[in-house]
Design a protein. Structure first.
Length: 279
């Protein structure tokens, strides 16, 4: 990355590219796409290759609207097998070591009373990111590019209304460096109801570059008929990306919803799938 390109620069370029691809359809050439973004083809090539590890021509295929269906057909994960292979929250998640602990149901019922939560803003590979955490680990991670800063802040603070919030990004820097760098150890502190935590634990078993369905998660946690409740719990995941709710799709292959905006979900899926295939 050049000194003039901030951390979130690549995401902003990709986000604009996504809009252009949607508007123009599959016939859009690489040169045309670069021109619409007011970039030279060479600069466009360097930008995407540096960000995702594949050429823009290859990456364009991952951004198309039908990519979710291709992922579901070719990269579907059976959670039971993934869990048995050690890809649960207690083990290795792609190249990132995630160590997590869940708040007790009794403490969760207190709505954060007696809890101090540090917060700070960071520039990451998917744009402006709000992080929150206790002394035990990250408890909130929000992408603000689609929602805006104020909405992201209100959303996370509203989950633990009785907590004391302190602006202290330095307390989160180590964990966020591990998260953005995909190396080291990022500690998570899951603050949720018992059913939600079961769903989030299941999400932690989905490897990077692969996907699952809401119905598969419901089956895995022992509630096969609770697909709607699972979808709600997925949407309430407070730690975006590290608890990969973006990897949950509808059984039909549709994207489903995403709390921080569908363009961000598509970007996350495309980034991970492209890197997995390149590797």
């Amino acid at each position: 990355m050049s000194p003039t390109e901030p951390e979130g620069y690549h995401f902003h370029v990709m986000r604009r590219a996504l809009d252009e691809i949607d508007a123009a359809g599959a016939g859009l050439t690489l040169d045309d796409l670069a021109a619409r973004l007011k970039m030279s083809p060479a600069h466009f090539q360097r930008t995407f290759s540096r960000w995702v590890g594949v050429s823009p021509k290859a990456y364009q295929q991952y951004l198309t609207l039908d990519n979710a269906r291709r992922l579901l057909a070719n990269n579907f994960t059976t959670l039971g097998a993934a869990h048995e292979a050690g890809l649960s929250g207690a083990g290795r998640l792609h190249d990132l070591f995630v160590k997590w602990e869940a708040m007790s149901p009794g403490d969760y019922a207190k709505a954060g009373a007696g809890l101090e939560i540090a917060w700070g803003w960071f520039e990451g590979p998917f744009g402006r990111t709000l992080a929150m955490g206790t002394d035990k680990g990250i408890c909130g991670l929000a992408f603000a590019e689609e929602t805006g800063d104020a909405a992201a802040m209100a959303d996370l603070r509203g989950r633990w209304p009785k907590a004391r919030f302190v602006e202290a990004p330095e307390r989160l820097e180590g964990w966020m460096a591990a998260a953005f760098g995909q190396s080291g150890e990022a500690s998570l502190y899951l603050i949720g109801a018992p059913f939600q935590i079961k769903v989030w634990e299941a999400l932690l078993a989905v490897p990077s570059g692969q996907v699952t369905t809401y119905s598969e998660i419901a089956r895995f946690i022992g509630h096969p008929k609770a697909v709607r409740a699972v979808g709600t719990a997925v949407g309430r995941n407070p730690v975006s990306w590290l608890i990969p709710c973006h990897r949950a799709l509808r059984k039909s292959g549709g994207l489903g919803g995403y709390h921080w905006g569908l363009p961000v979900k598509r970007a996350l899926l495309a980034w991970e799938a492209a890197r997995a295939d390149a590797g």
